[in-house]
Design a protein around this ligand. Structure first.
Ligand code: MN
Length: 263
């Protein structure tokens, strides 16, 4: 089953991640999530066959063809993971903060180039290329654009699980030599960086687009929310006593303005 491993690794009463559900509709989106787990990495996901085919890329994707980025093939994720941004709680699989680093659409390319150029391919070709371990595709994202290949490594390193691929930018007019991923550290969805999402209890209440996820909100979340609400109420009470109402209003306005800017 497509999402068995995804399901097996997670406790859905604790994590705010979406449940394992295979999508019926076909789609051609891609997402790159920046994930501050035990080791910081980027998760590269292509919507395919009702799931997100996924690779964990320690150094992240690059627009420079000279960078051949190690990409560990990991378990399929549900399509609703597409806009997941938030905090996976401690002691859970993948614990840490996730932001959406890039989104867009992708299309498969024909397996063989003609005069050095790749033409759009079919879904069947994509499935065959994936199975063969040499998937060529074109991205149209906010940050990643142009032709890429995901190539399965043949020679196994000692101790490897055989899940090592390389993510490589192809030569085209979207190449950026010396591409530095760290110049882009914010979410393309919320404008927030990892630290801002990590420090924001509100982001834990993330809900996937299919409605009804609110009911799955875990007990630890409710507890944490209640505690934070209580702390906030206490802090407001103290502020009210300490400073005149006018100064308080100014600070609130400032907070609202800065929130608006990054939203
Ligand atoms: Mn990850």
């Amino acid at each position: 089953m497509a999402l068995e491993e995804y399901k097996r690794k997670r406790r859905f009463e604790e994590t705010p991640e979406p449940p394992p559900k295979v999508a019926k509709k076909a789609g051609n989106r891609f997402v790159v999530q920046k994930h501050d787990a035990t080791r910081l990495h980027y998760d590269f996901r292509l919507e395919m066959e009702g799931v997100l085919k996924s690779w964990a890329v320690p150094k992240g994707p690059s627009l420079d063809p000279a960078d051949k980025r190690l990409a560990m093939h990991v378990e399929d994720h549900p399509v609703s993971y597409f806009d997941f941004e938030g905090n996976i709680p401690e002691n859970n699989y993948g614990a840490g903060t996730v932001i959406v680093w890039d989104v867009g659409t992708w299309q498969p390319l024909s397996p063989v180039a003609v005069d050095g150029k790749y033409k759009p391919g079919t879904e069947a070709e994509a499935a065959a290329m994936l199975a063969k371990g040499d998937l060529k595709f074109r991205l149209n994202g906010k940050r990643l654009k142009g032709d890429f290949a995901l190539v399965k490594m043949k020679g196994r390193r000692p101790g490897s699980k055989g899940n090592e691929w390389l993510l490589i930018k192809k030569h085209d007019d979207q190449v950026v030599e010396g591409y530095d991923i760290e110049e882009f550290d914010d979410s393309v969805l919320s404008g927030r960086n990892l630290e801002e999402v990590a420090g924001d209890s509100g982001s834990r209440e993330w809900k996937s687009r299919p409605t009804g996820r609110g009911t799955l909100k875990a007990a630890w979340l409710a507890d944490a929310d209640a505690r934070i609400d209580k702390e906030k109420a206490g802090a407001n009470e103290q502020k009210k006593n300490a400073s005149p109402p006018k100064a308080q209003r100014t600070k609130t306005q400032r907070t609202l303005r800065s929130k608006k800017k990054i939203a």
